[in-house]
Design a protein around this ligand. Structure first.
Ligand SMILES: Nc1ncnc2c1ncn2[C@@H]1O[C@H](COP(=O)(O)OP(=O)(O)O)[C@@H](O)[C@H]1O
Ligand SMILES: [Mg+2]
Length: 248
């Protein structure tokens, strides 16, 4: 299996507005594949159709060659797909550890882990929780309540909660939106690190972020794919430059 996700002729209309029009895209296993475009290009609509928030008007979504078109969001984590930064599922009064623990716990119960060895299961969950918290750089805050974290740290916690589901495919919608430059850099580095273990579909408005970390970039404008290629190919593209200058 070369492509973990395949999108065929995906479209979404809102009345007469064609928000996404006949988009085709294939995400290769192990890659960071970014979808960029100016405001209003259709990025969020596209993301919402893949992540089960909006049913497509037409077209198909295949995950590992299975048709998941129109599957509701709640079904996706169990299949290995997780999304971040759409809804915040942080419990403010719980600690960082408790927030991540509950995510690891709820997914571990539904998967391959042995029900008949509850003690080893709990040990696994505790260790996995600490590992994920360390991966997102929050070990020093592990016992702090979520509500006491800075904005940037809360976003890292959201990422940790998402990772608790052990996704193979991680869907990220503008993960650096609203972050200060330093936190943006940290998030970008984290995404790069996570790509060693997860395939990542990254929806992003900011060009410089995707240029640094993507393997493939698909560019949307007015709901349609106007270009696709490596970061250097997209950087040179006249069509892309015009789209960003015209509407950026
Ligand atoms: N729920 C909706 N109802 C009507 N029009 C919408 C809705 N959501 C998005 N649109 C329109 O679809 C187009 C694409 O929007 P969106 O997907 O949010 O773009 P982006 O995320 O790239 O900024 C825009 O013209 C927007 O106004
Ligand atoms: Mg958007």
């Amino acid at each position: 299996m070369k492509n973990i996700l395949k999108i065929n002729n995906l479209s979404k209309n809102f009345g007469n507005v064609s928000a996404v029009n006949n988009v085709n895209l294939a995400v290769e296993v192990g890659s960071i594949h970014s979808v960029i475009g100016p405001n209003g290009a259709g990025k969020s609509t596209f993301f919402n159709m893949i992540s089960g928030v909006l049913p497509p008007s037409s077209g198909k979504v295949y995950y590992k060659n299975n048709d998941i078109t129109g599957f509701e969001s709640y079904k996706l984590p169990h299949m290995g797909i997780a999304k971040c930064f759409q809804i915040t599922n942080v419990f403010p009064k719980l600690s960082v550890r408790e927030n991540v623990w509950s995510s690891v716990f709820s997914c571990a119960r539904k998967s391959k882990f042995d029900f008949f060895k509850p003690l080893s299961n709990f040990k696994y969950i505790a260790e996995e929780t600490e590992k994920i918290i360390s991966d997102v750089g929050l070990s020093h805050k592990i016992n702090d309540k979520a509500e006491e974290l800075s904005h940037g740290q809360q976003r890292m916690l959201e990422m940790a909660i998402t990772l608790g589901a052990k996704p193979e495919l991680l869907l990220l919608d503008e993960p650096t939106q609203g972050l200060a430059p330093e936190a943006t850099l940290e998030m970008t580095k984290l995404i790069q690190k996570l790509s060693k273990k997860h395939t990542i579909l990254l929806i992003e408005h900011k060009m410089h972020i995707v240029m640094e970390i993507s393997k493939v970039i698909t560019v949307l404008n007015f709901g349609e794919v106007i270009d696709e290629g490596t970061p250097s190919e997209v950087k040179e593209s006249k069509k892309v430059q015009d789209a960003y200058l015209g509407r950026g």
